[in-house]
Design a protein around this ligand. Structure first.
Ligand code: GRF
Length: 187
């Protein structure tokens, strides 16, 4: 089934989705990758021959116009599922209305703890001994949607934000792939 992936960053989760797609029994196909900026992760899509698009907020008169443009770009590909993989903007009403219930996000903390843009930093600052990642359904709130899957990661004494995020990403990627496979196989 066709899926569209939205990114802002390095696209390690996108790379994992693309690698898993090579399996003969893979139920999904990444048909487009859309970013809100010149995300380095777009390269993963380009080298796989997958169409990419950048929808910049700065090229639209206001947020509502950008929200509408993003929704249009995504729905043009008729995705069965929309995957936010390190997409650093909130999804606005147009995309929620068009694809509601079929948008998922991955977050580098065990929600409902540490929502928002700095899940790893906030967990470290709080001094938790266990954190992890969550794959959730996207709703209108900030990381408030239904939790679909989680994996735990131990925090080490010597951890920095970067080292902890590295280990979270290592469990986040297979977790996301697994949820995407499950959701697309079930349709
Ligand atoms: C991931 O840990 C994701 O949960 C968070 O930002 C990171 C993005 O990683 N929102 P990448 O761009 O897929 O490498």
């Amino acid at each position: 089934l066709p899926i569209v992936v939205l990114i802002s960053g390095t696209g390690s989760n996108l790379a994992a989705l693309l690698a898993a797609e090579r399996a003969a029994d893979c139920p999904y196909e990444v048909v487009a990758v859309i970013a809100d900026r010149d995300a380095p992760g777009l390269e993963h899509a380009r080298s796989a021959g997958i169409p990419t698009q950048v929808v910049r907020l700065s090229e639209h008169p206001d947020r509502a116009a950008w929200d509408a443009a993003l929704a249009e770009s995504v729905t043009a590909h008729r995705p069965a599922l929309v995957v936010l993989a390190g997409f650093m903007k909130l999804v606005g009403p147009p995309l929620l209305e068009a694809c509601g219930g079929r948008i998922i996000n991955t977050h580098p903390a065990l929600l409902p703890s540490f929502p928002g843009a700095h899940g790893v930093r906030d967990a470290l600052a709080h001094g938790v001994k266990i954190t992890g990642c969550s794959v959730i359904e996207v709703d209108a709130g900030v990381d408030t949607g239904q939790i679909l899957a989680q994996a735990a990661v131990e925090v080490r004494e010597e951890d920095t934000e970067a080292s902890l995020h590295e280990r979270i990403k290592a469990v986040e990627q297979p977790l996301l792939v697994d949820v995407v496979r499950r959701l697309t196989a079930a349709r």
